[in-house]
Ligand binder design. Sequence first.
Ligand SMILES: *[C@@H]1O[C@H](CO)[C@@H](O)[C@H](O)[C@H]1NC(C)=O
Ligand SMILES: *[C@@H]1O[C@H](CO)[C@@H](O)[C@H](O)[C@H]1NC(C)=O
Ligand SMILES: *[C@@H]1O[C@H](CO)[C@@H](O)[C@H](O)[C@H]1NC(C)=O
Ligand SMILES: *[C@@H]1O[C@H](CO)[C@@H](O)[C@H](O)[C@H]1NC(C)=O
Length: 793
Amino acid sequence: MLFAALLVLGSATVDAATVWDGSRFAWYNTDAGDDFKSALPIGNGRLGAAVFGTPTEKLVLNENSVWSGGFLDRANSRSKDAVPKIRQMLIAGDITGAGQSAMDNMAANPTSPRAYNPLVNMGIDLGHDSGIGSYTRWLDTLEGTAGVNYLQGGTNYSREYVASYPHGVLAVRLTASAPGKLNAKISLSRSKWVTSQTAKTDSGAGGHRVTLSGNSGSDALAFWSEARVVNSGGSATSPDGKSISISGANTVDIFFDAETSYRYADAAAAQAELKRKLDAATAAGYPAVRSAAIDDFSGLMSRVKLDLGSSGDTGRQPVTTRLQNFKNNPNADPQLMTLMFNFGRHLLASSSRDTGPRSLPANLQGLWNQDYDPAWQSKYTININLEMNYWPALVTNLAETQKPVFDLLNEAIPRGKAVAKTMYGCNDGFVLHHNTDLWGDAAPVDKGTPYTIWPMGAAWLSADAMEHYRFTQNKTFLSTTAWPILRDAARFFHCHLFEWNGHWTAGPSLSPEHAFTVPQGQGLSQPGRSEGLDISIEMDNQLLHQLFTNIAQACTLLSLPSTNPDCAAATKYLPTLRAPSINPTTTRLQEWRSPSYADTEPGHRHFSPLWGLYPGSILTPTPSNNATLANAAGALLDHRMASGSGSTGWSRAWAVALYARLGRGKDAWGHAQELVKRFPSPNLWNSDNGRGTPFQIDGNFGVVGGMAEIWVQSHEVSGQGEVVVHLLPGGPGGVAKGSVEGLVARGGVVVRRLAWEGGRLVEGVLEARVDGVVRVLFDTKNASTVVSLLRKR
Ligand SMILES: *[C@@H]1O[C@H](CO)[C@@H](O)[C@H](O)[C@H]1NC(C)=O
Ligand SMILES: *[C@@H]1O[C@H](CO)[C@@H](O)[C@H](O)[C@H]1NC(C)=O
Ligand SMILES: *[C@@H]1O[C@H](CO)[C@@H](O)[C@H](O)[C@H]1NC(C)=O
Ligand SMILES: *[C@@H]1O[C@H](CO)[C@@H](O)[C@H](O)[C@H]1NC(C)=O
């Protein structure tokens, strides 16, 4: 067991607790009106609630398997014969003809998979339409709860909202400062496809019942939802048979669950599970449900503690005021950065948990959605967004939140095998394109040459499985979960890759969502046109390098013989892949096959050719890598940013991680602050365009992963094969004094505590979860400091 490096040269002070700890609470003195992006999100990994806090409370409730329908077989059978021809056209330089043929013969029908849909809204009418004062609404990122307090008619009313992972339900408690003061009408509603709606009073302990059942427009996806209402004092009626009205109560507790046909064999099984959960929750009662939920949630959240110093009174203001002030004076509210960090982890723990078989990962909106046609269908977009959702998972000590990603991959493998066969004529392995849905849809999505034909989705997503192993060192996971995913992802490429200029190459493919201008005078047809489709894309080569590297490492770790065909194939392909190229004219890393292809958007939001800088690592400026390449990667990043990239929240978050990997901590920090200046909605959700729409959760997650890279990196492997844990690789960024506890590094290392002062590391405490040796690197730019710190061991 390794226990390394205890370096104590000083210690950080801890903030005095305040009423509204500005690092922990997002609070408001107004309700959300009808703005979804002001509502406060809680969730138990399967059920979500967005709390509006309006006089008649509105809760937008979600269940993560409520989508717009059943599996759609969208594969285009013309594709199989077209692929070799399209490939030949690309090799021969008919880029435009190839793109047109791909759209005609490879785009799927319909072009989009299923959309994520809302579940139901809950209304709680307290009869408080006027006379409300001293209003507060809050979200507690440590406990995962939300609430509302106000005075009305001399009585102090409060509402508290809890999402319980242990009980699998949502729970609400309404209270008043004086007895018998609570009147509440509780109802469920939905604007589409309601199949039944009932309400029934029941004076037993199981509570009064409000139910709403519905589907996706057909029985392909059906759901059953129910609220149990338990009042202490007062009486209950159901005048309309659809809602429960409580009058004169002391407290009102509500327990809510929904189950869908996605996870159960039939309606009876889903309804039995609904009943089981609600019976258990009502039997336990609100205080027990609440405390179990908070124990569970704060157990996850408290694994990491970030302290960037106090903002004083600035940090105690409502979030909307803080966001305004931050635009002009970001350094005055370091606690808002801490809150963004905590909020990102709150969202991940709320939207992605192991909820049993067929758990589902966080989609483009996590699991909070009120629209039947949300932006980009709120799908799983896998050419960056779903992967970014999980950037905080491993490094901020929430590894279990990744389980739904692997469940979805297991859903996708048979779908992707079918599409590999039908569309590519590949009889082994699975392919994914740039989006998938809850059914693991694997066919191409939408219809455009810069995004549709991208057969690399499984190559990227499968890398998450290997990273899960690297951080957790869980060999059982490696052999039972990661290996089959990696193996089946690679097998598709054994069939799909072809030799071009001496390199094994993928194509037709593209550099996600970016286009190039076909150059003049190179024998290519239709020069000057903007095109997306090609072969030998830089990002593809990097993804393939990562995939075969992961296979080769897994083969060693699992002691598979070198004659194992999957291991042998990885060994065969690895040395033949095209290495990253540098454009000789610009000296920037090259995105496409040829240096003469010009960017149509030099400030494009995707950093696809920099994949190998982050989340990959072949472009990083470490001693074992190629400095020329790292410089070229840095030059491309600077050029992209100078040309306007970072234009969406998620793009800005990626820039944070990329600069951190270049060892440019100050730049990374500056972009993290810029993200908080430009992209948060009033409830801190990331928006895509900086004007509040559309809500897209990836930026919330990506910036947390990016910030963590400023403090701890562990992607490098030493010449002796040891994981290198690098503390403050580029300095701590813009906060001179701070500390972070509980980050995780590869090799199964917990960075128990990391503290810095005056921009320098003062304390580093590491703990090993498994036996092994890691190398710890810190402050390499100042050798004298390294020596003096080492003496303190
Ligand atoms: C109302 O009660 C809550 C506790 O339930 C308290 O936190 C809040 O300060 C009270 N509000 C007022 C205006 O008295
Ligand atoms: C290791 O992985 C297996 C398979 O995914 C899982 O069942 C087990 O709980 C993991 N062990 C730990 C300690 O997390
Ligand atoms: C670094 O990468 C560049 C570009 O691929 C290559 O030309 C050069 O030979 C590499 N240098 C080393 C030392 O590997
Ligand atoms: C190195 O550390 C010493 C002692 O803390 C300090 O005086 C010096 O300025 C540092 N040098 C650099 C280049 O950071």
